[in-house]
Design a protein around this ligand. Structure first.
Ligand SMILES: [Zn+2]
Ligand SMILES: [Zn+2]
Length: 364
């Protein structure tokens, strides 16, 4: 075991505690990645609030990038010194979902409480989301990582691990948008802006962003939205219909966790349209819709986990598009912080104005 510094959740709804923890060396199929950057995602905040339950103490953090510093056996060609992004998608590779090309819904459970992390005194410590990346190092499966160019800045690369693949993947893989289709994206935050740029990459005709403030709608336009609608209008879908020339959308991408967005999403759809649920509401939250409308108009409502990505297939092309100037990543970062400032960075993310706040590790 090695001792490293981490931000630990000791109690829900309390600030994270910076403390020394222990991390085991990588086992078979695993690698140790020394982190340069980890971004803060709303899922980390939801976990830390207790809304999804889970074991405590825990280390959250799951949008990370760094360099491999140790490997176990059988790690699929990865080597010490490789620059990588680390995702939470710990897919086994052989269950029916993985074999069917859907690793984001892998069926093999992972026991994160008995993973590589222990507290300083040897007690259990949950490696939340199979990552535990609010720490100087992670030990993860080689199936969770993807090589990146050494020249790629790690703060920028870290965003690929969750927000970017989830948003772009929702447009490309889940909604399977074709050129010329019309899209509504509810929420212009970290995932929503990427759903917007995914829709643009897919050739969408009109992309309507729906959010609470004019400021966020303006940012959405920088990422490819062609129209903006304020979410607090009484019937915001009517404004969207107007933007779409009187018809509903071919796809509505719901990137927020607020239930009214789920209740309203089918209202934005045209005939044959599909609402894609991407955001992650709190456990137990329920939504209502009118089945007869969906049936009569041939509409659908479907969930998408992590953009239905296959990271080994999708992250390399996203890196190429970034390098060609066709995928915005630098513009997604709103602040850079040290690990000691993580609670401030989380508070800033909670205000909703931030795109992505990134923690940079001081590797001396
Ligand atoms: Zn995330
Ligand atoms: Zn699997």
């Amino acid at each position: 075991m090695q001792t490293i510094k981490a931000a630990v959740c000791r109690a829900f709804n309390e600030p994270l505690v910076i403390e020394d923890i222990q991390i085991a060396p990588p086992g078979t199929g695993e690698v140790e990645v020394t982190l340069d950057a980890v971004a803060i995602c709303h899922s980390d905040i939801t976990y830390a609030s207790g809304a999804w339950g889970g074991h405590l103490p825990a280390v959250y953090g799951h949008e990370a990038a760094g360099v491999i510093t140790a490997t176990g056996d059988s790690v699929g060609g990865f080597q010490v010194g490789d620059a990588v992004v680390v995702t939470l998608i710990r897919a086994c590779g052989s269950c029916p979902s993985c074999a069917g090309g859907q690793p984001t819904i892998c069926e093999t459970p992972y026991d994160s409480v008995n993973g590589p992390l222990r507290t300083a005194d040897g007690g259990p410590l949950d490696q939340a989301m199979a990552c535990g990346a609010f720490a100087e190092k992670v030990v993860v499966s080689h199936r969770q990582i993807v090589k990146i160019p050494e020249s790629m800045p790690k703060d920028v690369a870290s965003l690929l691990s969750c927000g970017v693949i989830t948003g772009v993947g929702a447009a490309v893989n889940a909604a399977k948008l074709r050129p010329g289709q019309d899209v509504v994206v509810i929420g212009a935050g970290g995932v929503g802006l990427n759903a917007i740029q995914g829709a643009r990459l897919a050739g969408a005709r009109r992309i309507v962003a729906v959010d609470m403030t004019e400021e966020k709608l303006e940012i959405a336009k920088e990422f490819g939205a062609t129209h903006g609608v304020l979410a607090h209008l009484k019937q915001p879908w009517k404004a969207a219909f107007k933007a779409l020339g009187g018809r509903g959308a071919d796809a509505v991408l719901i990137t927020v966790g607020a239930i009214p967005a789920y209740d309203q999403a089918p209202r934005y759809l045209g005939r044959g349209g599909k609402a894609i649920m991407i955001g992650m509401p709190h456990s137990g939250d329920m939504s209502t819709y009118e089945p007869v409308v969906l049936a009569a108009l041939g509409q659908g409502v479907v969930g998408s986990k992590m953009g239905d990505v296959v990271i080994q297939r999708d992250i390399p092309w996203m890196i190429d598009l970034y390098e060609q100037g066709r995928l915005k990543l630098d513009e997604l970062i709103s602040g850079r912080w040290s690990l000691d400032q993580i609670n401030e960075a989380i508070e800033d993310t909670k205000t909703g104005s931030a795109k992505r706040n990134v923690i940079l590790f001081d590797r001396g």
